[in-house]
Design a protein around this ligand. Structure first.
Ligand code: PLP
Length: 448
């Protein structure tokens, strides 16, 4: 193949079509919906949000949906709804965004981290089992980068140990697992709907469940205006109706719920186009050394929803040990400026989970309410600590335009085929790759 662009050759990618990556897709219908809320002065009401909840629940197939001001609060409410209280433990994968688990601190609970599987980046069910203690109240599973977790195994483990399963659907709204919608398989599910996510409303979150008790307890934490006697069946909650029980206010802004209602109408169709584009791209890369595609076999009834923040798996052993850092540098030179290694950094390594004393307990918050030092459970997470060197960002196409997708696939192929030229001058990988930030959508300037 032709000379690598890194060494002065012609770039493999010549197109620069901003529509290819633009997300969310906003039309005059979204704009009109927002303007209507403003004109009616209904920014703080919840009538539109309740319509959104009803439509969302019908779409995904659950009894109850509850809007939130963001994904973080929806997941905190999911934990509270699932019964997570002082002294309890939740098990969460170490590779995720902090908002999958850190809210447990404010409930007086703590986090035990589990490993993730190399080929799916999802929580390792064996490690869940290894980390269950008498204090484990819930498992948070993240369908990471839209890949469905092994829900059959996870539900079996949860049932055996009488533990609740909280799905964090922030990366995978609309995705399927063996013919079922993700988010409807566990006991409760929370998700982000902020602008960077697949399902984008602006700032927003949603909780879904089929369990009335979980729903009501999730509601009282931050929706005191809706916590009325006539809405409540749980005896323990009835005496406190109308009170700001959890002390929080988590209502969704109606500019967001108005956008959400419009986005929902087109969401499945837009995700289907993304999948068509991403599967075409990955088909072109099948068999290319060094690259393993990160997707599921759709004939099983599973899928990758909107391929949130798409990343492929890197196999350096197939490229003479070439570092992913060097590999990505060469791909960027070919014209895909977003090609960076890694994903979220391992949470358990962060000072917030090791030393930080958030509430002045005189000891790290992570063990403030624990009878033993659960940080010892971090000992087998070396895999999570080095996982950043085994993944790299691929284009997250929003449109199926074969000729343009082929240019991007050719860039990766060209680099893989010419890997030997890159071995010399390979600086290797830094000790840690990845960070604590959100994934971003569009092409931008090289940040390295
Ligand atoms: C974005 C994200 C969240 C948090 O959502 P916000 O809307 O930003 O509060 C939670 N979990 C995961 C996995 C996320 O990616």
């Amino acid at each position: 193949m032709s000379k690598l662009a890194l060494f002065g050759g012609e770039k493999a990618i010549k197109t620069n079509n901003p529509d290819m990556f633009k997300w969310p897709i906003i039309t005059s219908e979204d704009e009109e919906a927002v303007l209507q809320v403003l004109r009616d002065g209904k920014m703080s009401n919840y009538d539109i949000s309740m319509k959104f909840e009803k439509e969302f629940a019908e779409w995904i197939g659950v009894k109850y949906a509850l809007t939130f001001n963001n994904g973080t609060s929806s997941l905190q409410a999911a934990m509270y709804g699932a019964g997570v209280r002082r002294g309890d433990e939740i098990i969460c994968p170490s590779i995720t965004y902090w908002a999958s688990c850190t809210q447990a601190y404010s409930l007086g609970a703590t986090v035990v981290f589990a490993n993730v599987l190399e080929d799916t980046l999802c929580i390792d069910p064996d490690d869940i089992e290894a980390k269950i203690t008498p204090r484990t109240k819930a498992i948070v599973v993240v369908h990471y980068l839209a890949h469905p977790c092994d829900m059959d195994r996870i539900m079996e483990i949860a049932q055996k140990h009488n533990i609740k399963v909280i799905e964090d659907l922030s990366h995978a709204q609309g995705g399927m697992y063996k013919g079922r919608r993700l988010g409807t398989i566990g006991h409760v599910c929370g998700m982000s709907m902020m602008t960077g996510k697949s399902f984008a409303t602006g700032e927003g979150g949603m909780l879904i469940t089929n369990d009335r008790e979980i729903y009501e307890h999730a509601m009282v934490l931050g929706h005191y205006e809706r916590y009325k006697k006539e809405n409540i069946e749980c005896e323990d909650l009835k005496p406190f109706a109308g009170l700001p029980f959890g002390g929080y206010k988590y209502r969704m802004h109606q500019l967001s719920s108005a956008v959400g209602r419009v986005q929902l109408k087109y969401y499945d169709e837009r995700c289907a186009e993304i999948r068509k584009a991403m599967n075409y791209f990955y088909d072109l890369l099948e068999g290319v050394p060094g690259i393993k595609t990160n997707r599921v076999d759709e004939s099983t009834g599973s899928n990758m929803a909107g391929f949130y923040a798409a990343r492929a798996i890197y196999k350096p052993e197939e490229l003479g040990g070439l570092s992913v850092t060097r590999f990505c540098e060469a791909v960027r030179a070919e014209g895909f400026l977003d090609c960076t290694p890694g994903c979220n950094a391992a949470l358990h390594t962060h000072s917030l989970f090791q030393t930080c004393d958030v509430y002045n307990d005189g000891k790290p918050t992570r063990i403030a309410n624990s009878p033993e030092d659960i940080r010892k459970f971090d000992d087998n997470l070396q895999h999570a600590e080095t996982i950043g060197s085994k993944h790299f960002q691929v284009p997250w196409f929003k449109k199926f335009i074969p000729s343009e997708i082929e240019e991007y696939a050719n860039a990766f192929k060209k680099v893989a085929e010419n890997y030997k030229e890159l071995l010399e001058g390979d600086p290797g990988d830094p000790a840690t790759i990845g960070g604590w930030h959100f994934f971003k959508h569009s092409e931008k300037k090289d940040k390295n």
